[in-house]
Write a protein that binds this ligand. Structure first.
Ligand code: BYC
Length: 341
């Protein structure tokens, strides 16, 4: 019934008058800020865009457990270990809500995971960088979760109901993650000079990758215009990036750390920070699979999937047996429709 709304050849958003009648009706629902639910009629391109974005988001959470998980055994105190363990478990939970949200669009979780393991699915570029010191755990919480919240708070109001609802809980947890990261950085910055230096080194390495998490610049983002029209995205990549920089620079000042950007300067007229050249070549290299840890991340996920196969099989067998036992008990219970004792 629907034709594709995006002219992918020209990357041009079709004007309202070019839409078919069902497409116009669908757009009117979005413009009225109505939520779209799983059983609703929707253009095929809207459905595919959501599967693409939600599954990439789920994979990011899933792979995103690895850089920090690497530090659980080496956290410096019991309290820090418990906090980090809880945070990494949360990320696993986020992946599960998001895979479930994607499944409401008619795609199986196993198919999405196979695509990830085959190297055909994207996940956030940020997780292809190594965590070299304990301070990296702080930098990830502060900057990576900080960037994630900036991007994800608007998603709580996006047009697809299951995605928007999943994001509400995810954002609450991300907010705790961001605070634990900043608290960790603060402890290091108030500690010995060597600890402060470790925090500065982590900021130097994570700043630009975090700035690039928001995606390519608006002029080279193929999906933003259509995703905004569909109210999947409420802000562009550059708008969110600017908000993130404006929020993070005073936080770095408070820590007594220097953001590694010589061109960074408050612009009184615009009310925003001006910033230097973003290393986009690096971003595209990482997204295309050639970052410092891309191969390692996928190998680890594949090994975990294979290593956990017996657990999935045992859990499934247990569920089948339990269901059969429940059916038998029900069938033989007095007053049931089964055979009376
Ligand atoms: N990395 O037209 P664009 C977390 C791809 S998890 C890799 O702007 P769109 C956390 C993009 O997919 C954080 N690829 O696309 C977890 C597209 O490729 P395809 C994850 C990227 O979708 C654990 C192409 O570039 N957050 O916070 O309109 C521990 C063109 O881009 C990236 C989400 O997933 C990237 N950074 O906008 C701690 C949020 N950026 O599909 C923390 C939900 C772009 O054409 N997702 N690409 O092959 C979104 O909001 C949007 O999908 C994006 C990209 C803003 C990311």
């Amino acid at each position: 019934m629907y034709t594709q709304l995006v002219d992918t050849e020209a990357k041009r958003l079709r004007s309202r008058s070019e839409l078919s009648e069902p497409e116009q009706l669908f757009q009117a629902r979005l413009d009225a800020e109505q939520k779209i639910e799983p059983g609703d009629d929707m253009p095929e391109a809207y459905r595919r865009t959501l599967i693409r974005q939600i599954s990439q988001h789920a994979h990011s959470e899933w792979v995103g457990m690895l850089p920090e998980g690497n530090w659980i055994t080496r956290a410096p105190t019991l309290a820090r270990k418990c906090i980090l363990l809880a945070k990494v478990q949360d990320e696993g939970g986020h992946a599960l809500y998001l895979y479930a949200a994607a499944e409401t669009l008619g795609v199986a979780r196993e198919t999405l995971i196979e695509e990830l393991h085959a190297g055909n699915a994207k996940y956030s570029s940020i997780f292809n960088y190594p965590t070299l010191t304990w301070a990296d755990v702080g930098a990830i919480g502060w900057l990576v979760d900080g960037a994630a919240i900036m991007n994800q708070i608007p998603l709580c109001r996006c047009s697809y109901g299951p995605y928007a609802r999943a994001m509400v809980r995810i954002c609450k947890e991300e907010s705790f993650h961001q605070r634990q990261g900043y608290d960790l950085m603060l402890a290091l910055c108030r500690g010995a000079p060597e600890q402060k230096q470790m925090a500065q080194d982590a900021l130097d390495r994570w700043w630009w990758p975090a700035v690039m998490m928001f995606g390519p610049p608006d002029e080279s983002s193929p999906h933003t215009a259509q995703s905004k029209a569909w109210r999947i995205k409420l802000y562009t990549n550059d708008e969110l990036r600017q908000k993130f920089i404006d929020q993070s620079v005073p936080q770095a000042d408070y820590l007594g750390l220097k953001v590694p950007d010589a061109a960074l300067k408050w612009n009184e007229a615009s009310g925003h920070y001006d910033f230097g050249t973003i290393p986009w070549d690096e971003f595209f290299r990482v997204v295309q699979g050639d970052g410092p840890c891309n191969r390692d991340r996928l190998d680890t996920r594949r090994e975990a999937w294979e290593g956990g196969r017996w657990v999935r099989e045992a859990a499934t067998a247990h569920a089948v047996k339990t269901a059969a036992r429940r059916r038998d008990t029900h069938a033989t219970a007095p007053g049931s429709n089964g055979v009376s004792p």
